[in-house]
Design a protein around this ligand. Sequence first.
Ligand code: MF3
Ligand code: CO
Ligand code: CO
Length: 268
Amino acid sequence: MSIIIKNQQDIQYMRISCKLAAEVLDYIEPFIIPGVTTNEIDKLCHDYIVNVQKAYPSPLNYQPSPKNPPYPKSICTSVNSEICHGIPNDKPLKNGDILNVDVTVYKNSYHGDTSRMFYVGTVSPQAKRLCQITYESMWYGINQVKPGNYFGDIGHAIQKYAENNGYSVVEEFCGHGIGKVFHEEPQVLHYGRPKTAARIESGMIFTIEPMINQGKKQIRFVSNGWTAITKDRMLSAQWEHTVLVTEKGFEVLTISEKMPPIPDFIKI
Ligand code: MF3
Ligand code: CO
Ligand code: CO
């Protein structure tokens, strides 16, 4: 199997799905306050995707392997030491929590995938720093996207920045090709060495979604068959964009009005 190169038609549809996914995050932001439950956030996102966007939340009933149960909710909500695939529940968020909301929207047979960190009320400077460094690490990865570079260049840029700031990179999960299929080739590792792995080519579309830990990189799974947490129970953060490789470099497809500013080191 190999990496699909998208045509102009695919790209137009991907722009739509990705924009919708980012707009769900814009929509949900004001609801993320102390006392709200992740089930309430899930319901709001589900209804917005289905009723307003006339689209489908890709995670709902998603079952990548028969070994895992189908995913039971419409979004992933990962709190504090949860790394990814947190399943929405009835526990209220509390002041000081950090929350990743990961949204994937399916429209016109194409998936768009993006996630952000949100602060619940007032958050500690340490937690803020982790979220900020993780955001910048994602953009250092995105900055390596151009034809002729290697996927290893992306991973290396992310890993170097995260580790130079005292954090660790989760190795068990990666970014992925995306289009008519939610998770397709290639695997986009968030660590690695320059000039290794496949070459990046114009027309590829994939996500970059680093999970960065405050403490050690080791993970554990909880018994719901989905959620990964840090083994040392320290905090973890993640951001995700879906990116198109252009002739000159990259186009981030999951941009929206309320996303945080693009870091200064990115020159477009
Ligand atoms: N959106 C996640 C990703 O970035 C995948 C979630 S799969 C789910 O790849 F089933 F857990 F929702
Ligand atoms: Co993804
Ligand atoms: Co995602």
